[in-house]
Design a protein around this ligand. Sequence first.
Ligand code: LMR
Length: 394
Amino acid sequence: MFETLKPQPADKILALMQMYRDDPRADKIDLGVGVYKNAEGVTPVMRAIKAAEHKLWEEQTSKAYVGLVGDPAYSDAMIKLILGDAVERGNVAAAATPGGTGAVRQAFELIKMANPSAKVYVSDPTWPNHVSILKYIGIETVTYRYFDPETRGVNFDGMMEDLKGASKGDVILLHGCCHNPTGANLNMAQWQEVVDLLNANGLIPMIDIAYQGFGDGLEEDAQGVRLVASSCPEVLIAASCSKNFGIYRERTGLLMAVSNDASAQALNQGTLAFLNRQNYSFPPDHGARLVTMILNDDALRADWAKELEDTRLGMLGLRQQLADELQNLSGSNRFGFIAQHRGMFSLLGTTPDLVEKMRVDNGIYMVGDSRLNIAGLNQKTVPILAKAIIDAGV
Ligand code: LMR
């Protein structure tokens, strides 16, 4: 049997992570995988997570199974964090998943189960694993224009034109905030136009929200998803706690199925439980429990929100510093978009050859499509990157 296996393509983000580890240069700079790093290059355990872990260690008396969709208190807390008061709790089915990727995978499985002929529309570009999982489970994927290589902002006219080509029942995958990989995001007027199109043409939105709190703030970053959830009859939402709680390896995510018909909730909830059972049975509990403890405790929550806000502001400062540095070196404002983008990433919009050149010449690691992780920088490395960008001829 094993002899029939074929080597699978490496995930480009994870392959780059390995190349970085293997590079002996002391001054190498990792701007690859989407993991937050502080000025010392460390991905810290957030203070509130440490405190919650300490409490859990003292108080937890059992590691027995919790439930197929996780602890309902986790779903309640996360639904509130993401959706606020946008929809009635009774209209949301939810299941804990192993990370945001687990939620994305389960959402695709649900789509395939509910409507095997649905196509999923993804932004060009999108997180490469969206496309990879869709291909793996056999869902037809269509791309819609998203990134404007001239302005490095959203090509909104192109996006809308392409979405108009989708048929009733097709699924439109949107990034809730902090678009990965571009850093270019929709404004609220554009979200509203998208919602109008979705509703006019019977399209189903699926929102991947993995960076809430990394863009304009916890509340601000949820405005788009809240608008969609309160305006469209059916919505799928895949959420991740990896980044905003810094619990990457704990694999903590949530899949939500929102329906404006409350009578659909029980069926949706049962379907999410079934899908969990088929794929991995019980979802991981540790990270979800910490998140629940933090969100339900005023002091822990305030400290978490403060640390997250400091993280966000730190990234904004680095964005501005890089944009300023590039303005000085290039004598033009053509890199101003870096300060406008939001979240962990910016797409430089240059060629794989120049990305490769910066890796070989300067030990700067960014993804081949020219996505750079702003959080991989610090005040000392910003000028080094800026010089490398200009020297490479970007
Ligand atoms: C990324 O885009 O770098 C992150 O979401 C990590 C991953 O799994 O690819």
